[in-house]
Every structure is written in C-alpha cells, then in structure tokens.
Ligand binder design. Sequence first.
Ligand code: THU
Length: 143
Amino acid sequence: MADGQETTTAHAVDWERLRAAALAATEHAYVPYSGFRVGAAALTEDGRLVSGCNIENASYGLTLCAECALLGDLRMSGGGRLAAFVCVDGHGVLTMPCGRCRQLLFEFRAPGMVLLTAAGERSMEQVLPDAFGPADLERADRP
Ligand code: THU
C-alpha cells in the first residue's frame, strides 16, 4: 500500500470497535467542572488503536480535550498517523471534535483519514477546510 488513502478506503473501518474504545475512554475522564465526559479513539495507519479522555483543570482554560490525550497515546505507543477517528460523550453519542482539536488532528492525519460524525463519515478536509498546516511553515524565513 502506498499511503493511508489506500489503507482507509481498501478496508472498511470497524467503527463499532472504535466507538466502544472511545466510550471506554470516557470512564477515565476527569470532569469535576463540566461533568461532560469525552472519549476519543482512533486507528493508526499501522493498525494500532489509540484513545484518550478529557482532563479538566481548576484553571478552566487549561482543560485537555480527549483528543490531546489520544495524541499522547499515539506518540507514546509508536507514533505514526491516524487513519480513522471517532469521538463520543459519556453516553456514547457521537461528538464533533472542537475547532482546536480539528487542528491538532490535522497535524497527525494519514492521507484519507476518516472521521465518524453524527452526519456520517467525513474527511479531515471536510471538517477543517483550508487548514493551516506544516506545509505552510515551509515559507518561513530561516534564521
Ligand atoms: N471536550 C473534548 O474533550 N473534546 C472536544 O473536542 C470538545 C470538548 C471536552 C473539554 C471539556 O472537558 C468538556 O468537553 C466540555 O467542554
């Protein structure tokens, strides 16, 4: 396989497995302030399952979304890129990643990454059109 595009499209994603992992992650959420549990799960290009939960803070703005913890899991478990992603609340209801997390996911997307949303499967480009990304930094003036 040449890239993640083929990886994602050649094999149907086992969304039930990913949703179950995301729901399981919500059980670890630390949400004393909002009470809103979030769990995220993703399949990596090389077939690993990674997940994360949200972690709130008394200094509210420092809250870590579930996607942040998921990306920590991605890096700690071998790195790579994400081929399929899902996010749910504590009841298992599909939940859209917030704007900041769409940007975080963009950085680690595999080509053709698919997100499961309440509206169906969506591409990264659909949920974050015209994104700023690593390629833009190639225009930076080098010191
Ligand atoms: N939250 C996430 O974990 N991910 C998102 O993409 C949306 C929001 C969390 C942050 C906070 O702990 C709670 O949901 C309520 O905003």
